[in-house]
Design a protein around this ligand. Structure first.
Ligand SMILES: Cc1cc2nc3c(=O)[nH]c(=O)nc-3n(C[C@H](O)[C@H](O)[C@H](O)COP(=O)(O)OP(=O)(O)OC[C@H]3O[C@@H](n4cnc5c(N)ncnc54)[C@H](O)[C@@H]3O)c2cc1C
Length: 121
């Protein structure tokens, strides 16, 4: 007889957003969540020396690609999009680059969002 699994929640799409949702849902340790296959042990994902050739060699295994919809504000042009087709989504295959905002920008965000957001939290 095959084994049957029952989950309280199923998260479809475990990129950064879905993974945070799955983690939050299971914080109480009583709730169960099915959240997709884990690819952390795949060599091209865990070994950063694959980074430069990942897209060339492992498309479409770890990548989705599609065409966006025409954008009103951009003369109705549409653009291609690419993202991760695996647990961790785009952040499992992305360039890990980030830009830190200046303190002026952080103060602007604080002005806009009031008590909802602070750079010091
Ligand atoms: C090549 C590349 C380089 C990048 N470089 C950077 C960088 O350097 N710095 C940076 O900050 N950001 C970078 N990004 C962007 C960043 O990775 C994304 O903004 C981020 O991953 C988006 O997170 P998300 O959870 O919204 O969606 P995603 O990461 O797209 O996650 C969505 C998840 O849903 C799954 N999914 C989609 N459709 C279905 C379906 N129908 N059924 C089941 N599952 C589905 C996908 O497989 C994926 O796991 C890069 C992205 C790419 C693709």
């Amino acid at each position: 007889m095959s084994q049957q699994w029952v989950f309280d929640y199923i998260v479809i799409g475990t990129g950064p957003a879905g993974a945070v949702m799955a983690k939050t849902l299971t914080d109480d340790k009583k709730t169960s969540v099915l959240a997709g296959e884990n690819h952390d042990k795949d060599r091209p994902i865990r070994d950063s020396t694959f980074a430069l050739e990942l897209e060339e060699r492992f498309f479409p295994q770890y990548f989705w690609q599609g065409e966006g919809v025409p954008q009103k504000g951009l003369d109705e042009r549409s653009f291609e999009w690419t993202t991760g087709r695996l647990a961790g989504g785009g952040s499992s295959i992305n360039g890990e680059q980030y830009v830190r905002p200046t303190s002026d920008v952080l103060r602007e965000w604080q002005k806009l969002l009031g008590d909802l957001w602070s750079s010091r939290r």
